[in-house]
Design a protein around this ligand. Sequence first.
Ligand SMILES: Cc1cc2nc3c(=O)[nH]c(=O)nc-3n(C[C@H](O)[C@H](O)[C@H](O)COP(=O)(O)OP(=O)(O)OC[C@H]3O[C@@H](n4cnc5c(N)ncnc54)[C@H](O)[C@@H]3O)c2cc1C
Length: 414
Amino acid sequence: MKRYSAFAIAREAMRNHTGWDRAWAKREPKKKYDVIIVGAGGHGLATAHYLGKNFGITNVAILEKGWLGGGNTGRNTTIIRSNYLQDPSAAIYEKSRSLYETMSQDLNYNVMFSPRGVIMLAQTQHEVRGYKRTAHANALQGVTTEWIEPARVKELCPIMNIDGPRYPVLGGLWQARGGTARHDAVAWGYARACSDMGMDVIQQCEVKGIRQMNGKVVGVDTTKGAIDCDKLGMVVAGHSGVLSQMAGFRLPIESVALQALVSEPIKPAMDIVVMANTVHGYLSQSDKGEMVIGGGTDVYNNYTQRGSFHHVEETVRALVETFPMLARLKMLRQWGGIVDVTGDRSPILSKTPVEGIFVNCGWGTGGFKAIPGSGWAMAELITKGQSPLTDEFSMFRFREGKFIDESVAAGVAH
Ligand SMILES: Cc1cc2nc3c(=O)[nH]c(=O)nc-3n(C[C@H](O)[C@H](O)[C@H](O)COP(=O)(O)OP(=O)(O)OC[C@H]3O[C@@H](n4cnc5c(N)ncnc54)[C@H](O)[C@@H]3O)c2cc1C
């Protein structure tokens, strides 16, 4: 595959862009693969990528029922940070954040990583205590964050009203190397790299059944026929419960809709990301100028991949006190994704009761930031049966009571 470069762009400009290859090959499934990954979201594609890159396993198919990146990966508000409280979380999220730093070069694909800085606002005394505690934990974990006072918050984000009256800003947890990236580009960049290694990215191919023999996986039944495999990675976010039912076990996952919306584009107004967890709202400005706004999850389980008016109203109503200028903007679009939430708000990267089946899910409302780190760790788990980054994230921790409680850091925070 041709490398993308400034020279290649100039060359193609001279010949009317007739020389570009397809970014990834369009393939039909083979009879058998060493590894099948179900789900061509960011986590599935990154898992496949690191199987090839780190372990030389390239006889891999990534099966996607829709289009690649069409699940939560292409629907999120793209916030990247690693300021989590618990050590296992900080380890995998910081690995991920550091991989984002070089992702464009590693994949030879511009994912527009923008480490513009993320503030998590403290608007109650409870949050002040919680974020100060997280700042101390991050210092011990080697994750660079700092507690900042209200005046510094105002300096970083002048459009913010920090005086209340209902939700005065009491300070914030600031991660200067947090930020955003272009979500579709992350999926496309990984897909292109996987295809380049000879892997098959197969879209419009829904897995309908999982075949086993003597407690071991042997293949899947799909809308494009039966395909055999030695190992299977289930990486389907909000559909993890559906897939695990096909495999004959249950996962401690609840699927709920999470929504976001964008305003009309305006001139540059804020150059950082702000999360206001007390009011369940978070905000950044896209390169096009739209204010990107995320809200909370639905309070009931569902599989609806769409937005709803009451959430838009609640989210914007809550945010206008802290960002009064939002009141003057028209909202352009809203949408939703189906997120997979665990009881302790931490992910599952695990072996399962069926030999050869591995599961990666439970990223809930905050897994975009984790894509490269999760793929890196999952590839190691699938290859070696163990990874230091996944040891604590087994699905069996719920049975054993070994929770990784991130409900403060990740309940509805992105
Ligand atoms: C509105 C919203 C805002 C968010 N904001 C942020 C944020 O700011 N920062 C952050 O870090 N995270 C955020 N998230 C969460 C983040 O988007 C997800 O955690 C992450 O994208 C999950 O990626 P994934 O690859 O696991 O899942 P997905 O991208 O959902 O991919 C799973 C894929 O599996 C496919 N699939 C399902 N069933 C089958 C089947 N039977 N056969 C074949 N394929 C199947 C689906 O079609 C889908 O494409 C947000 C999510 C939403 C919805």
